[in-house]
Design a protein around this ligand. Structure first.
Ligand code: CTP
Ligand code: MG
Length: 239
């Protein structure tokens, strides 16, 4: 039984506007991608890694990651949208990985324990598992500039990554979708009628999307508050 990690890291980072692909933007002297991979590996549950790199940057990423991790990642070129990048990395995995996690490079401070929790839930029998946090804002449905409805917040959860799957199931739903867009990988399972389970997410697993998110990420690192890599075996969260 082997667990794979697929990391979509090929996005352009337009909303961040840093003038280079977001996964290569540095935080504390190291690219977001490296932070994300370090925390994933520190979970102690990852055996094999495939990264979807920004187009034209595979060699750059290879040099960047040389000797950085105990597991040498498989590197592939990403594609025009996230789903296609995930598919490209998924296709590069060896056949013997029965569980796969899909994790955004942009969620670069996700604590190692979240990876372990998601894998545990998949190994306990779920086809798909997503980490979630309660939505804290009031959410309203708006049409034509007018509020139509206030959505019952008690039922809403914000979804993060890593999302975990039985590899065969994720491959099958990606293949069947043939590029029809879903906002996340679990969405493809839901559309195909699979049950998706949840585990608690983490505030530190926020996605670096806009410049303000980088301010928060830097502050967390400076405060030593971003759950830096821990040795194998020390990953269980107390709840
Ligand atoms: N991603 C990818 N391939 C794409 C688009 C996105 O691998 N064609 C990855 C990003 O690198 C990121 C994750 O998917 O790790 C989540 O996407 P998002 O936060 O939207 O990143 P970007 O697409 O880079 O940002 P933007 O939408 O602002 O351009
Ligand atoms: Mg995007």
């Amino acid at each position: 039984m082997r667990t794979a990690l697929v990391v979509p890291a090929a996005g352009r980072g337009e909303r961040l506007g840093a003038g280079r692909p977001k996964a290569l933007v540095e935080l504390d002297g190291r690219p977001l991608l490296v932070h994300a991979l370090e925390r994933a590996v520190a979970s102690g549950v990852i055996d094999v890694i495939a990264v979807a790199c920004p187009p034209g940057a595979v060699e750059h990423v290879r040099i960047l990651l040389e000797g950085a991790l105990p597991v040498e990642p498989l590197l592939v070129e990403g594609a025009g949208d996230r789903q296609a990048s995930v598919w490209a990395a998924l296709s590069a995995l060896p056949a013997d990985a029965d569980v796969v996690l899909v994790h955004d490079a942009a969620r670069c401070l996700t604590p190692p324990a979240v990876f372990a929790d998601v894998v545990r839930a998949v190994r306990a029998g779920a086809a798909g598992v997503v980490p979630v946090l309660p939505v804290t804002d009031t959410v309203k449905r708006v049409r034509g500039g007018r509020v139509v409805e206030t959505v019952d917040r008690a039922e809403l959860q914000a979804v993060q990554t890593p999302q975990g799957f039985r590899t065969a199931v994720l491959r099958a739903v990606h293949d069947a979708a043939r590029g029809a867009p879903a906002t996340d990988d679990a969405g493809l399972l839901e559309a195909a009628g699979h049950r998706v389970h949840v585990v608690p997410g983490a505030e530190e697993a926020f996605k670096v999307t806009r410049p303000l998110d980088l301010v928060l990420a830097r502050a967390l690192l400076a405060a030593g508050n971003a759950d830096p890599p821990v040795p194998e075996g020390g990953t269980d969260r107390e709840r």
